[in-house]
Design a protein around this ligand. Structure first.
Ligand SMILES: O=P(O)(O)OC[C@H]1O[C@@H](O)[C@H](O)[C@@H](O)[C@@H]1O
Length: 304
């Protein structure tokens, strides 16, 4: 065995009101809140954080933390904007919260596995919670498997235990850290159709690499597995490799919306970009009885 090998450590800590897990390997640190199974931060030694966590983040029960990787499930965004099949899964007339119901719920840590310097954590939404979402009672199992090695791997798996088909939309709503959004760009979107949610959900086509000069809130369709966030200021690219996903949301609130967001400094829009690995709109998921679907994201960085 290599003499300098450092065994990975997993510690339970409290951040405000939230029980969290801190995973430290020889060259990376990851923080995950049990609530929402929300990755809060991810940093590799000698590098800027890959995942952005708001300096105004609040760690309160029942409320999603601003930053990290919130899990959006069993619908993404405004339920009303979802396909009919996804909307039909929810009964009642109460307003539906944005991004579904599991961001502020307690998940359970099922497993910690250490192997060869890597650490895997598996969280699941307890059966009772999955069956008791307000006006949404379908028999689904939901787990998030997190693996930290030289890269960070997230895999959100839904299994239909019921006796009828279920439709849902979902996303791993990743907040990425950038030196300055005005200098950054996203590669991999050229030629794709996208929904411009800021212009009445008009469908458009991406020309070239995506750069940022104002509020951005777009749903890209038919996305390839790989998207890169290029950051000349920090001389790196953050690489995202998706699996089980053919749609992605690219979001930056810019100045005016930033001022209205909770847990968000007025100038924090400069330092973050969300690239959300998703199954939305025509890419929503349908599960027959006993069928499973996984949405995966692998994240790493490369020098420019
Ligand atoms: O404030 P929330 O509920 O976490 O949502 C943040 C953003 O999430 C993005 O996915 C949406 O496209 C934005 O429109 C939204 O503002």
């Amino acid at each position: 065995m290599n003499e300098t090998f450092t065994a990975p450590q997993v510690e339970r800590i409290e951040m405000g009101d939230l029980p969290c897990w801190r995973v430290t390997t020889a060259d990376a640190e990851l923080l995950v809140a049990e609530q929402g199974a929300q990755v809060l931060s991810y940093q590799r030694s000698g590098e800027q954080p890959l995942i952005w966590l708001s300096e105004q983040a609040e760690f309160r029960r029942g409320q999603s933390v601003r930053g990290g990787v919130p899990v959006c499930w069993p619908w993404f965004g405004d339920l009303v904007r979802n396909p009919a099949g996804v909307r039909a899964m929810r009964g009642g007339h109460a307003p539906a919260p944005a991004h579904g119901e599991v961001r502020g719920r307690d998940w359970q840590l099922q497993d910690i596995i250490k192997d060869n310097g890597a650490v895997s954590l598996t969280f699941s939404l307890p059966q009772s919670a999955a069956g008791e979402l307000p006006d949404w009672s379908h028999a689904l199992d939901l787990t998030l498997a997190i693996r930290l090695d030289e890269r960070l791997d997230l895999r959100l798996t839904t299994h239909n235990r019921g006796s009828y088909r279920v439709a849902l939309s979902q996303a791993l709503h990743t907040y990425l850290a950038v030196s300055d959004i005005r200098e950054a760009s996203v590669e991999g979107l050229d030629g794709l159709r996208y929904i411009e949610t800021l212009e009445d959900w008009d469908e458009r086509q991406q020309q070239g690499i995506l750069q940022f000069a104002g509020e951005t809130d777009r749903i890209y369709l038919d996305t390839p597995p790989r998207l890169d966030l290029v950051d000349p200021g920090w001389k790196r690219r953050i690489c995202l490799e998706a699996s089980g996903s053919h749609s992605a949301i690219v979001w930056n609130p810019w100045i005016d919306k930033a001022a209205r967001l909770s847990q968000f400094a007025d100038d924090a829009w400069q330092r973050m970009l969300c690239i959300e690995t998703a199954n939305v709109l025509e890419d929503a998921v349908e599960l027959a009885p006993d069928q499973s679907a996984s949405l995966g994201l692998c994240l790493w960085s490369e020098p420019l």
